[in-house]
Design a protein around this ligand. Structure first.
Ligand code: HEM
Length: 159
């Protein structure tokens, strides 16, 4: 009798965030396009970077991660050192969504992919100072409108 494969869990909290971030950066570090940006250009200290990313995603998903950094500045400084073009961001997103889908499914899994897509578009267009052709406010979903209005209300959030 055919068996149905067990469905994957959703992201429930910190444990799953750490699992996702670890699996994602293992992929990044094996990737021929992205790995050199971390290892050769930024000379990333992974012992610092991984906990920062746990806090970042925990803050995005659950607002409890105590992340206080500046993602735009962190990527803007790379533009002077290497090409941070659309192909790099598309690659980043492919690896991120593949990793999410490999481990998780559910509402939060969908939400984190949608947040990552939005942020990749914003970071890419802001650091390269080009308009994002895919970003048209008229096309925002109700969920995005609601989420963006909460970003603007967050005290101390950068624009
Ligand atoms: C082309 C794609 C990307 C590349 C090559 C890239 C690379 C990097 C590098 C090299 C750093 C600095 C690590 C260090 O401390 O040495 C960094 C930091 C960071 N990245 Fe990315 N990144 C990309 C896309 C993204 C996207 C789409 C997001 C968000 C969804 C993101 C979120 C962050 C955050 C939160 C930090 C930490 C910033 C801080 O210092 O507070 N990155 N990234």
């Amino acid at each position: 009798m055919p068996t149905t494969p067990p469905s994957k869990p959703d992201i429930r909290g910190r444990i799953e965030i750490e699992q996702l971030v670890n699996a994602f950066y293992e992929r990044v570090r094996r990737d021929e396009i992205l790995a050199p940006i971390f290892d050769e250009v930024a000379e990333t200290d992974w012992v610092n970077h991984l906990p920062k990313m746990y806090a970042f995603w925990e803050t995005v998903l659950f607002r409890t991660g105590n992340y206080c950094g500046n993602p735009l500045a962190a990527h803007a400084r790379l533009v002077a050192l290497t090409d941070m073009g659309r192909d790099k961001f598309d690659r980043w997103l492919t690896l991120f969504t593949t990793t999410v889908d490999e481990h998780f499914s559910g509402e939060r899994a969908e939400h984190i992919k949608s947040c990552a897509t939005d942020m990749a578009n914003v970071i890419y267009s802001r650091i390269n100072q080009v308009p994002d052709p895919r970003f048209d406010p008229a096309n925002l979903s109700e969920e995005q409108r609601e989420r963006y209005s909460r970003y603007r209300e967050t005290p101390g959030a950068s624009s």
